[in-house]
Write a protein that binds this ligand. Structure first.
Ligand code: MN
Length: 228
């Protein structure tokens, strides 16, 4: 291809045990997918209508890379989430067909400018500046789906400076992974390379410059970084 400027770099993530990387197409996120987190935000769960938003693919930061504290905000929050990576996609996918599309799993942080999100909610504005800013999506290396067993008792957790901040069983999700993929695929045509953040449990709180976080989908993936 003969581009008039240099084409942007292709965002990607490492794959555990492989020399090859996973290229990222889009980043989808579900909101309010754990009842205890919806409650702490003063919101309620709508089990009939999951709520989605997006981050840019180049907001993804790989494991171990420093995360720069973002501009404008004074209330940067962590939201630890299981991340699902797709090897194939489609539209109007049946929940029973969804698991076969999954490439693998990771753990990520849906970093949020909570103060800007509160302002957006109050004004009825979109969430892009609260959720989709540069470096807003640290994600671990991906683990190939066939290598791991996840169930309702699998544990997702986050500690900051060695102190446990968030912990849940995956069974606490309101919408399970097949339901999330099915619902998203009615709104967007999903494709290979898509990442899906599957929601955060209670315990979201502020991160400060100098903090070290350690996120874990136990037995599957780990993510470490410093906020600088
Ligand atoms: Mn989130």
């Amino acid at each position: 291809m003969n581009y008039i400027i240099d084409p942007p770099a292709q965002p990607s993530l490492p794959v555990t045990g492989s020399a090859q990387r996973f290229p990222i197409r889009r980043v989808f996120c579900i909101g309010r997918n754990y009842a205890d987190h919806a409650r702490e935000m003063g919101a309620s769960v709508d089990a009939a209508a999951p709520m989605f938003f997006c981050k840019p693919a180049d907001a993804v930061v790989a494991d171990g890379a420093d995360v720069a504290y973002p501009s404008i905000t004074t209330d940067l929050h962590h939201e630890v989430e299981m991340v699902v990576a797709l090897a194939a996609g489609g539209s109007n996918i049946a929940p029973e067909a969804a698991n076969a599309l999954i490439f693998g799993y990771g753990v990520g942080l849906d970093l949020t400018r909570r103060d800007l999100q509160a302002q957006a909610k109050a004004k009825g504005h979109p969430w892009d500046v609260a959720k989709g800013f540069d470096h807003s999506a640290p994600v671990s290396a991906l683990r190939v789906a066939g290598e791991v067993t996840l169930d309702d008792d699998s544990v997702l957790r986050l500690s900051v400076n060695g102190e446990l901040r968030q912990q849940t069983r995956l069974g606490e999700m309101v919408h399970g992974v097949p339901q999330i993929i099915a619902a998203l695929s009615t709104l967007f045509e999903l494709k290979a390379g898509d990442l899906i953040f599957t929601g955060t449990p209670a315990g979201v709180a502020a991160l400060q410059r100098g903090d070290h976080f350690h996120a874990e989908l136990v037995g599957v993936a780990e993510l470490d970084a410093n906020i600088i």
